[in-house]
Each structure stands twice: as structure tokens, then as C-alpha cells.
Design a protein around this ligand. Structure first.
Ligand SMILES: *Cc1c(COP(=O)(O)O)cnc(C)c1O
Length: 393
């Protein structure tokens, strides 16, 4: 009997899932840098346009992109994955495919900045209304529901203070309201959290983060059941054109091979750095999903199998936060995350600067907070760099 890839262990899925070899039998996944495809005869063209198997045009699909999609779907345990040019195109399409004018979205209020822009500035142009809630408050989700609510969107853990939402409980509220739950799973990574198993309908990723993990390309992905993915997203993906480039797909399918190794090592490093920071006596609060003092530690224990690689800590003032950043010699000052290189940022003046102060205060984001994404450097070097910067702060 042929092996069923769905029975494979995670590591095997990441190295071999979705592999579709050409007649040459190449070991490394092929890069099909082609926009279009030729048909053997007129009947074959008719068959493919009629919905039969095979590729037609890069905007609709590409063999390299499909290897990335199939591998990520296998990792996530999703029936279908569609890759997009960036994480933001994945979030945008995931919402646009579910709502129309006169309908309503409920979203957790701590969201990546561009997701907030789509909800606050873009959706209203098309007559779609949005209510923000404290994503940790189940009553707030329930109370926000209206008869025309079609989608819930939540990021868990959320940027930048790593708030965690009980995904299963929120999925139940969404489904009781006849709405779909979309989870932005970037911070947890597909290694540590499976939103579809917890009850979510759709998972989105910025593959730019841990999936690339080496600072090279943008990418995104939408995953879910074949039925919902086809009904909600097939046409919008074909006709509005957010397709992932085959080159980026190739970079990302190769990156998946090492995702599990990288994320686990990053998480081990992050645990040590978080302990160094928390025990330094120099911060007001340290938030890390792998520590028992995380405000939602009980929920984390139920739905995540690892803490991830992002830490947030409060140095009390902007001046102290900036002194910390400026004293770092190994860790970069940068707003990206999930990279092999450790990086730290001051959210108030970078990633969250366009968020009105009142809203920042609502999510607890005051000027002393620093967010750090821990990479793959040696743990001793990271501890020394961070300790020196804490002394300087
Ligand atoms: C980075 C990020 C995005 C956007 O992804 P891009 O690839 O930069 O477009 C969306 N959500 C979260 C949580 C992110 O961290």
C-alpha cells in the first residue's frame, strides 16, 4: 500500500509533503518560473478550462506554488491551502471573501497594524461594519454579534503584547451566530497551534515571518476546508490577482523543510532570554507565552504546544526602551519577527505608531514596551547582549 502523507510525522510532512517531481526526478523541488502552460491539443485546453486537472495560468496556480500549498496544508491538517503574495493579501482576501455590503465583522482589538487599517479604513468603503472587542473577553464577543455578522477575526497570540484568545470558545460563539472564525496564526506558528482543530474555519499566515525565517521574501497563505475555500476564495483569488510568485514559492517550500527545527530552537532561546529579562529586576513586566506568569497561561496550556519566539517587556518609559535598543550589539533594531536573526522594536514609535493613543492604551501598550523576536544565535551571546542592554536602560 502506498504511504498516506497524512499519516506522516510533522518532520516528514515538512521535508516530503507536496513533493511533485518532474520526469527528471530532481531531489530538490523544481522552480517552475512560467506564466502560462501549453496544451497537447485543443481538447486538452478545453478540458483544463472546463475545470479538469492541470495548470492554466500563474495567477490561477503554478506547480512550485502548489508544492508549497500542499506542504503547508499537510502541516496544518487543512484540506486546502492557497498561497498569496503577502500576509496582508491573505488577511484581506480571507475577509473580503466572506462579507458583502451591509454585513458585519467582529475583530479582536489587538491586531497587526495593516489588519486594523483594512477593518477601520477599507471595509467601511464597501459598507461593511466592524466592531472591535477585547479578544480575551468571551462576553464581549457574544455582545458584539449582530444578525448580519459574517466573520470573526482574531490574532492569537496578538501583536505586540501577546494576548491569547480561547480559540475554541470564540469559534462556538461565531458558529452560533452563523459567522466564520478566521485566526491569524503567525505568532503561534503552525508548529505550536492548530486553529482548525480548535474549531476555527480559516487560518491565515504571513509566510514572511517564521516560514521564510531567513529574511528573504514576502508570502502569505489561507487554509481551511476545501468546501469553504472554494466557495469563498476561488474566484477572488483568480480574478483579483494576489498570487504568490513561483520564485517566492520555491524559497518558501524549501524553508518549510527546516521550519520545525528553527522554530523549536528559537523558542528554546526565547525561553532563556525571557527568564534573563524577567529575573533582571529591571523591567515592570515580562510577557512570554512559554512562562507560567503569562496572563492567559491556562488557555495557552490548552491550545498551544510551545511558547513561540516573541517576548514583550516593559521598561517603564520611552527613554529606557530606547536606551535598551541602542545598547544592543548583536540583536538588531527591526520590526520583523520570526527571523534567524534576533531583533527588537519599540512598538509605540514603529509598528503601532499609527494607532491612536487612546486605542494603544486600551490594549495596554504604553511607551516603555519593547517587543523582541528571538532568533538562532547562541544563547550565551544573546543573554550577554540583552543583559548589557538592560543595564544600559
Ligand atoms: C507580518 C504580519 C502580517 C502581514 O504579513 P506581510 O507578509 O507583512 O504582509 C499579518 N499578521 C501578522 C500577525 C503579522 O505579524
Amino acid at each position: 500500500m502506498a504511504e498516506d502523507p497524512r499519516d506522516w510525522e510533522v518532520e516528514t510532512r515538512l521535508v516530503r509533503g507536496g513533493l511533485a517531481r518532474s520526469p527528471h526526478g530532481e531531489i530538490s523541488e523544481a522552480l517552475y518560473l512560467t506564466q502560462s502552460f501549453a496544451y497537447e491539443n485543443a481538447q486538452a485546453a478545453d478540458d483544463r478550462f472546463g475545470g479538469g486537472p492541470g495548470f492554466i495560468y500563474q495567477r490561477f496556480g503554478n506547480p512550485t506554488t502548489q508544492m508549497f500549498e500542499d506542504r503547508l496544508a499537510l502541516l496544518e491538517g487543512a484540506e486546502l491551502c492557497r498561497a498569496t503574495a503577502s500576509g496582508m493579501s491573505a488577511v484581506h482576501v480571507s475577509l473580503m471573501g466572506l462579507v458583502k455590503a451591509g454585513e458585519h465583522i467582529v475583530a479582536g482589538r489587538a491586531l497587526f497594524g495593516s489588519c486594523r487599517w483594512i477593518l477601520s479604513e477599507w471595509m467601511p468603503r464597501f459598507g461593511v461594519e466592524v466592531t472591535y472587542v477585547d479578544a480575551t473577553d468571551l462576553e464581549a464577543w457574544k455582545n458584539a454579534v449582530r444578525p448580519n455578522t459574517r466573520a470573526f477575526l482574531v490574532e492569537s497570540p496578538a501583536n505586540p503584547l501577546l494576548e491569547v484568545t480561547a480559540i475554541g470558545a470564540v469559534a462556538e460563539i461565531a458558529h452560533a451566530a452563523g459567522a466564520k472564525l478566521i485566526v491569524d496564526n503567525v505568532f503561534a506558528t503552525p508548529i505550536f497551534q492548530k486553529p482548525l482543530v480548535l474549531g476555527a474555519d480559516i487560518v491565515v499566515y504571513s509566510a514572511t515571518k517564521h516560514i521564510d525565517g531567513q529574511g528573504r521574501v514576502l508570502g502569505g497563505a489561507i487554509l481551511g476546508s476545501a468546501e469553504l475555500m472554494t466557495a469563498a476564495y476561488k474566484d477572488i483569488l483568480r480574478h483579483t490577482g494576489p498570487a504568490m510568485s513561483p520564485f517566492n514559492s520555491w524559497v518558501l517550500v524549501k524553508a518549510l523543510e527546516t521550519l520545525e527545527l528553527r522554530v523549536r530552537r528559537q523558542t528554546d532561546n526565547a525561553g532563556r532570554v525571557a527568564d534573563t529579562i524577567a529575573s533582571s529586576g529591571k523591567v515592570r513586566q515580562t510577557i512570554f507565552c512559554g512562562r507560567p506568569d503569562h496572563p492567559q497561561a491556562a488557555i495557552i496550556a490548552n491550545q498551544m504546544t510551545g511558547g513561540g519566539n516573541v517576548i514583550a517587556f516593559d521598561l517603564g518609559s520611552r527613554a529606557a526602551a530606547w536606551r535598551f535598543l541602542d545598547a544592543l550589539q548583536i540583536v538588531d533594531i527591526s520590526n520583523n519577527l520570526g527571523d534567524a536573526k534576533s531583533m527588537a522594536t519599540h512598538p509605540c514609535t514603529t509598528t503601532h505608531r499609527s494607532m491612536p493613543e487612546a486605542e494603544r492604551l486600551e490594549i495596554g501598550l504604553t511607551e516603555g514596551w519593547v517587543r523582541m523576536s528571538v532568533g538562532l544565535e547562541g544563547p550565551g551571546d544573546l543573554a550577554r547582549d540583552v543583559s548589557r542592554a538592560l543595564d544600559a536602560a
